[in-house]
Design a protein around this ligand. Structure first.
Ligand SMILES: CSC[C@H]1O[C@@H](n2cnc3c(O)ncnc32)[C@H](O)[C@@H]1O
Ligand SMILES: [Zn+2]
Length: 437
C-alpha cells in the first residue's frame, strides 16, 4: 500500500517513549500536515513517497523535550546574580533589576534568545511564566515552539501590573489576541503562596474552571516559604492551597522540594502535576525534591529548567540527566529514576501536565510531529549499546542536530531555521550594555 507524506525521516533509532525502553532500529517517520502518519519499518519505506526526505544514519529520533517550568526572558539576566539563596536573590537582586529593565521589548528579545537556546537543546514545548504575555506569545509564534504563556499574578506592582486584578485583566485581554493559534496556550500563573492572597487564589480557581485554563505556580520551593506560611497563615502552603481549591489536575506545581508524606499523598489525590527543577534547586540551595516518592505515589512529574538567572542554562537534556543523578544521590539508591523514567518525565509527563498528551510527548501515530534528532555518531557517545542511556547520561545539547515542532523545521544540522542567531547575539549585547549601565 502506498503512502504520501510531506516529510520522511529515516533514523538509525527511534525512541518512542510510548513504552519505557522502546527503541525501533532503522525505521522512518512519515509526517503529513504536521502530524505523524506512519512509523515505517525498513521493508515499508519503498511504499512511501515524500516531498522531502531526511537521512539520519547515526541519529536517534525522539519526542521533543517539554520544558515544564521556565521564565524564558530571564536569559537577559543570566549570570546577573549568582550564588545566593532564593529570597536574597529575588528581593535584593532580581526584582530590583526587573523593576529597572522589564518591558515589552525586554520580554520579546529575552524570550526569543531563550527559545533559540531551547530549540538548540531539543525543546519543542515550553511552559513559561513571566510578564508582558503578548510579547511571550509573539516570540513563541516567531520561534515556532509550542508555547504555554503563563500570565503572572502577584499582589504587588511591577512594571507590568498594579495589583492582582490588573495582572488578571491584562493577561486575559492579551489572551484574546491569540485565539485560534494552535501553538499558543495561555495559563494563569499566580507567582507563589507568599506573593498571592487567598482572595486572588480563589479568583484564579474560578477563572481557570470557567475558561478551562491550566494553572502554573511556584510551590514549596524553600523551607523559608513553609516557615513564613506557618507564621502568617498557621498552616503549610500546600494545605492552604488545598483549602482554597487550587489542587487539581490543571495545576502545574513548580519545585515542590519540601514535602512530607501527607503532602505527597495530597498531591497524588488531587492529580497535581509537579515541575521538577533540579539545577535551579541545587544552585539556589533550595533542596532535593522527593521525586522518587512522588512517582511512587502516582504523581505526574515533569522537568523544567526554571529561568536562566537561576540555572543558568535552558538545557533540558542537562536537567534530565540531573533529575536521574540527583534522585540517586538523594535516596542513596542507584535504581532511583532510571534513564527511561527520566526521559519520560522530560517528554510525555510534561505533555500530560499541560493536558496535551494526546497531541505530543511521544512518537505515536496521529500525534503532532514534535520530534528531535541527536547525532550519536560523535566520539562522546561511542559506542552505542542503548540510545536511551546515551540520551540521558552521555549526550549533550551540542548533539541535537534537528528539531521539528508540528512538522515545521526549527533546527537543521544545528542551524536555527526560524530565528537568526547573529541578530539575537546583537540584541543580547545591547541589553548587556543597558543593564550593566
Ligand atoms: C511571576 S513569574 C516571574 C517572576 O518570578 C520570578 N522568579 C524566577 N525564578 C523564580 C523562582 O525560582 N522562584 C520564585 N520566583 C522566581 C521572576 O524573577 C519574576 O519576578
Ligand atoms: Zn521559577
Amino acid at each position: 500500500m502506498s503512502l504520501t507524506a510531506d516529510l520522511l525521516i529515516h533514523a538509525r533509532w527511534i525512541v518512542t517513549v510510548e513504552t519505557d525502553g522502546e527503541v525501533l532500529a532503522d525505521h522512518a517517520l512519515a509526517i503529513r500536515d504536521g502530524k505523524i502518519v506512519a512509523i515505517v519499518p525498513p521493508e515499508g519505506v519503498a511504499a512511501v513517497s515524500a516531498k522531502e526526505t531526511v537521512h539520519l544514519p547515526r541519529h536517534v529520533l525522539m519526542p521533543g523535550l517539554v520544558n515544564l517550568h521556565c521564565h524564558a526572558a530571564m536569559t537577559l539576566l543570566r549570570g546577573y546574580a549568582d550564588d545566593l539563596a532564593l529570597m536574597d536573590w529575588l528581593q535584593n537582586h532580581i526584582w530590583p533589576a526587573e523593576g529597572k529593565h522589564v518591558s515589552d521589548e525586554f520580554v520579546y528579545d529575552g524570550t526569543l534568545i531563550g527559545m533559540a537556546e531551547m530549540i538548540r537543546s531539543g525543546t519543542t514545548t515550553v511552559n513559561d511564566m513571566y510578564f508582558y504575555n503578548s510579547a511571550v506569545a509573539r516570540a513563541g509564534l516567531a520561534a515556532g515552539m509550542r508555547t504555554f504563556v503563563g500570565c503572572s499574578i502577584l499582589e504587588f506592582p511591577t512594571n507590568y501590573g498594579l495589583n492582582a486584578d490588573d495582572y488578571i485583566n491584562k493577561g486575559l485581554k492579551e489572551r484574546d489576541e491569540f485565539v485560534g493559534e494552535s501553538m499558543v496556550t495561555f495559563t494563569l500563573a499566580p507567582h507563589a503562596p507568599y506573593t498571592v492572597s487567598d482572595a486572588t487564589f480563589r479568583k484564579v480557581v474560578t477563572l481557570a474552571e470557567q475558561l478551562d485554563l491550566p494553572i502554573h505556580c511556584h510551590i514549596h520551593e524553600t523551607q523559608d516559604e513553609i516557615n513564613g506560611s506557618l507564621t502568617e497563615h498557621q498552616v503549610r502552603p500546600l494545605a492552604r492551597l488545598a483549602a482554597l481549591g487550587l489542587l487539581s489536575p490543571r495545576l502545574v506545581a513548580a519545585h515542590m522540594v519540601h514535602l512530607n508524606d501527607e503532602e505527597i499523598a495530597l498531591a497524588a489525590h488531587h492529580g497535581v502535576s509537579v515541575a521538577h527543577n533540579p539545577t535551579s534547586n541545587m544552585k539556589l540551595a533550595s533542596g532535593i525534591a522527593p521525586v522518587q516518592k512522588l512517582l511512587a505515589a502516582g504523581v505526574n512529574v515533569g522537568i523544567g529548567t526554571d529561568g536562566a538567572a537561576s540555572n543558568n542554562k535552558l538545557d533540558m537534556l542537562a536537567d534530565t540527566r540531573m533529575s536521574a543523578l540527583l534522585a540517586k544521590v538523594g535516596t542513596q539508591d542507584p535504581t532511583a529514576v532510571p534513564a527511561a523514567t527520566a526521559l519520560r518525565m522530560a517528554t510525555l509527563n510534561g505533555a500530560r501536565a499541560l493536558g496535551i498528551e494526546a497531541r505530543t510527548g511521544s512518537v505515536a501515530l496521529g500525534k503532532d510531529a514534535d520530534v528531535i534528532a541527536l547525532d550519536l555518531g560523535a566520539l562522546e557517545t561511542a559506542p552505542t549499546f542503548d540510545p536511551i542511556s546515551h540520551i540521558v547520561y552521555a549526550a549533550g545539547r551540542e548533539q541535537v542536530s534537528h528539531v521539528w515542532a508540528a512538522g515545521r523545521a526549527l533546527l537543521r544540522e544545528r542551524q536555527l531555521v526560524t530565528l537568526n542567531e547573529g541578530e539575537l547575539l546583537g540584541k543580547a549585547e545591547a541589553w548587556r550594555l543597558k543593564i550593566a549601565g
